[in-house]
Write a protein that binds this ligand. Structure first.
Ligand code: GLN
Length: 203
């Protein structure tokens, strides 16, 4: 049984539910999925892994910040307290991890530039090379007003590339992808998250 907390503040969250369920089924793992909207949701469910979906980071900060539901500051403190907790951050989720704006340290060491590909019409889908996650190979990456990595930290391992550009890194148990892995029908990254919890339990 793996308890996953999915941040449900805004954005591309519902497809993550389907993708996690499919990943769990494929891996033969029993999934207990908790939808997180408030800090109380986090404290009650105590997830063993987290998904921070894409969407609009500004809206997420408003709905989940100290003047909103309080989820984000509670989550960031929770993640800092246990750096080994597996996390999958995608697109806007990466922006939050890199720049939590709660007065604490960033949750990944690489930095990102928001909306660095341009406007909504500059969104695109392209084949990526992935490595070190699942079976290395190609993955169909969907980029929607995506951020771009500005500086890749020496602490981070590159897991996804679009041509020569890094679009996914792993910082220990935290995976940060600038694209939307839930939109391509491929469960590789969600499966990695579930399996990371089990690996941790047996380590
Ligand atoms: N442009 C969004 C932001 O700045 C991110 C886009 C996405 O998550 N698809 O938050």
């Amino acid at each position: 049984m793996v308890r996953v907390g999915l941040v449900m503040l805004q954005g591309a969250r519902h497809i993550h539910v389907e993708t996690l369920e499919r990943a769990a089924q494929e891996a033969g793992i029993e999934l207990e999925l908790h939808e997180l909207r408030t800090d109380a949701d986090l404290f009650e469910s105590r997830p063993e892994a987290f998904v921070l979906p894409g969407g609009e980071s500004t809206t997420m900060r408003l709905t989940g910040g100290v003047d909103g539901s309080g989820l984000l500051p509670a989550l960031f403190a929770w993640l800092r307290a246990d750096p080994e907790l597996p996390v999958l951050g995608t697109c806007a989720g990466v922006i939050l991890l890199a720049d939590p704006q709660d007065g604490g340290a960033p949750l990944i060491d690489s930095t990102v530039d928001r909306n660095a590909y341009g406007r909504q019409q500059d969104s695109f889908q392209s084949e990526l090379e992935i490595s070190g996650i699942g079976d290395s190979g190609t993955f169909s990456g969907v980029f929607i007003r995506a951020p771009r990595f500005a500086e890749i930290s020496a602490n981070d391992t590159v897991v996804a590339k679009h041509r020569d550009e890094v679009v996914g890194v792993r910082n220990g148990a935290r995976l940060a992808l600038t694209f939307h892995p839930e939109l391509s029908g491929d469960t590789t990254f969600h499966r990695w998250l579930l399996e990371a919890v089990l690996l941790r339990a047996t380590a």
